[in-house]
Design a binder for this molecule. Sequence first.
Ligand SMILES: C[S@@+](CC[C@H](N)C(=O)[O-])C[C@H]1O[C@@H](n2cnc3c(N)ncnc32)[C@H](O)[C@@H]1O
Length: 273
Amino acid sequence: MGSNLGTYNYGEFSNNADELERLKRQAKVAWSIEEGYLAAHGLKDGITVADLACGPGIISGLIKSEICPASKVIGVELNESLLALARTLTADKEDPPEFRAGDVYQLDCLEDESIDFAYCRFLLQHLAEPARALQTVYRKLKPGGRVAILETDDSLFSFMPAIADMDRFIETAIAAQDRLGGDRKIGRKLAGLLWENNFTDSLTQIVTINTEMMDGNEFLNITTSFKLELIPEDEMNWARACIDNARKAIKSGAYFGQAGVYMVSASRPNPAG
Ligand SMILES: C[S@@+](CC[C@H](N)C(=O)[O-])C[C@H]1O[C@@H](n2cnc3c(N)ncnc32)[C@H](O)[C@@H]1O
């Protein structure tokens, strides 16, 4: 296992504990907004749900406890450390999600036509072949089942008044992930990817978060720490200076930061109507 992890390799970050903390904080901060979007895209109690590439399982746990207590909720993850963490972090829950080892390109851990709602949260930007992953998801969905995708699009990121080198920082992270086979601007492409892979009835929503909605440092951590991991070593000095300047701007109070994600869902057609 492990060879298809694309541009996200937990265990190889400069500080894995910090990255885990970022995932946890990001999931918790986003949840109050995200749960309403998930419901609008078809998630409801009583159906069979797969959280694909569930990472440490925070979102799988919230789906199970907050929206789908009567559902079977299955978290699937390829990285063995994250899979173990998902099991540990939900061990004290009365009725935790089930966690299974699986590669989204194969999903042998799920029966064909067994899933009503599949969620791919911050997965496809990391994959060299997102279309191939979607074809596998299609096979695992029941006819009429739905996939929902939450993904980044860095063109929605801005920080005003302008911080020196912030645009360069974003573009350098985009280019680095692109070189590794990922795509930090995948959000806008999702509906097209779904049509090309035989899904129908797509629904696209753009969701933005900004510094009026949360603490400015929290915003900066959630939106820039993974990007910082992407910056080549010989460019680290100016990149770190840029983030330090953003922190100073936050402290002064005179700034507005915004980041955005796409929530896109579509159905596997049901020939029986
Ligand atoms: C940015 S993390 C997102 C984790 C979680 N979905 C969340 O939003 O907190 C990307 C996840 O995709 C997983 N992943 C990458 N390639 C995968 C693959 N081929 N099959 C299954 N999981 C994969 C990584 O191990 C990681 O847990």
